[in-house]
Write a protein that binds this ligand. Structure first.
Ligand SMILES: *Cc1c(COP(=O)(O)O)cnc(C)c1O
Length: 370
């Protein structure tokens, strides 16, 4: 927020401490700015394949319904989730993206005087959601850039209301093994809500992926959040969901906006959920892209944080914001992550093979010039 904002004194105290979320630069903005034709964006962890033709057809078929309000209960999408995940519909809360859910969780469980715990280098929305309701953030030290569950546990006290854990984490791509995560959830007192943010779970090797949904039966203080923005390729339509004990879902559904998920988002997400082949193809493409980027970084002598998600954080050995700026001139948009206290890293999303190539070539060129 600008320091000379005329209305600061009028805004809630907790809002004044916030800064604006920095989204990735849009492609057309860069094209205009530098007069570039070929621009690639590997900045927001979207699926480079775009939505599948099947999903696009469903969207087109539903265009004529746009004058109507969406189904505020998301009946059909919830049913599809019930079938796929083996939960009951009363365990689901839908969100306008999972960011919406995270925000709703903060509104339900946090307020001034209560505390939220999350890790250093964890997804920035946890701090925004916490601060915006005036709650206190307890930020644990990271271990090899990932979550240090023992350090997080040490911060739990009587005032702790929520713990946020991204697994895999953005922007580090680090992943906690299921047995460690489960032990953490078991160790946390019942009055603490554990939010397990699985925005990237579809990218994991399915053999490694634990069935965290089953954990909900035993741990009533657990909330799992997922999204259609990443592997499902629907970031523009904004659909996410939370799975939890039905009493928590009730609270989330009471507080969320009545029509928080739009009608095209609902039908597209429902269709996407049935498209296993698209997810499989996306996962394979991502694995290949990760190996391609790692090999490229090795050739350039750059360190990177091993990632299981659809992005990777690379250490450029100097102020990454400068390299980011130079990459823009080459028509490549990536993400500087100084705001995550990682000033020498850039986060690059895994693109198509030719996009990854273009990015690697641009990095090589830019680094040889500085
Ligand atoms: C991208 C992302 C989300 C999801 O955002 P949406 O609002 O669903 O688009 C949630 N958590 C993490 C860690 C993410 O990186």
């Amino acid at each position: 927020m600008s320091s000379v904002n005329l209305f600061c004194d009028l805004a809630n105290e907790s809002i004044n401490g916030l800064s604006v979320y920095q989204p990735g630069k849009p492609i057309d903005e860069l094209q205009r700015e530098f007069g570039l034709k070929d621009v690639i964006k590997l900045a927001s962890n979207e699926n480079p394949l775009g939505p599948s033709n099947f999903v696009k057809d469903v969207i087109k078929q539903n265009i004529d319904e746009l004058s109507q309000y969406p189904d505020g209960n998301g009946f059909h999408l919830k049913n599809a989730l019930v079938k796929k995940l083996g939960v009951t519909a009363d365990m689901i809360a839908l969100g306008n993206g999972s960011n919406d859910i995270l925000d709703t969780i903060a509104r339900v469980f946090l307020e001034r005087g209560r505390e939220a715990i999350y890790s250093e280098h964890a997804f920035v929305v946890y701090s925004m959601a916490t601060q915006s309701v005036g709650a206190t953030a307890r930020v644990s030290k990271a271990k090899a850039y990932g979550h240090d569950l023992a350090a997080m546990n040490a911060l739990v006290n009587d005032k702790t209301s929520v713990v946020f854990i991204a697994n895999p984490n953005n922007p580090t791509g680090t992943w906690l093994k299921p047995n460690k995560l489960l032990a953490f959830i078991q160790s946390v007192p019942k009055h603490v809500i554990v939010v397990l943010d699985e925005a990237y779970c579809e990218y994991l090797d399915q053999s490694e992926l634990p069935n965290t949904v089953e954990w909900l039966q035993q741990y009533q203080n657990l909330i799992i959040t997922r999204t259609f923005s990443k592997a499902y390729g629907l970031a523009g339509l904004r659909v996410g969901y939370a799975l939890s004990h039905s009493d928590i879902a009730d609270l989330l559904n009471t507080v969320r906006q009545p029509f928080n998920v739009n009608s095209l988002g609902l039908v597209a997400a429902q269709a996407a959920l049935g498209d296993d082949a698209y997810i499989e193809k996306s996962r394979k493409l991502n694995q290949q892209g990760l190996r391609q980027l790692e090999a490229g970084f090795d050739r350039l002598g750059l360190n990177y944080i091993p990632s299981v998600a659809n992005f990777i954080a690379v250490d450029v050995g100097q102020k990454a914001l400068d390299i980011y700026q130079e990459l823009l001139r080459e028509g490549v948009i990536v993400r500087p992550i100084a705001a995550y206290k990682m000033p020498n890293h850039l986060r690059v999303s895994v693109g198509l093979e030719n996009e990854n190539d273009k990015f690697l070539q641009a990095v090589a060129k830019v680094l040889s010039n500085v």
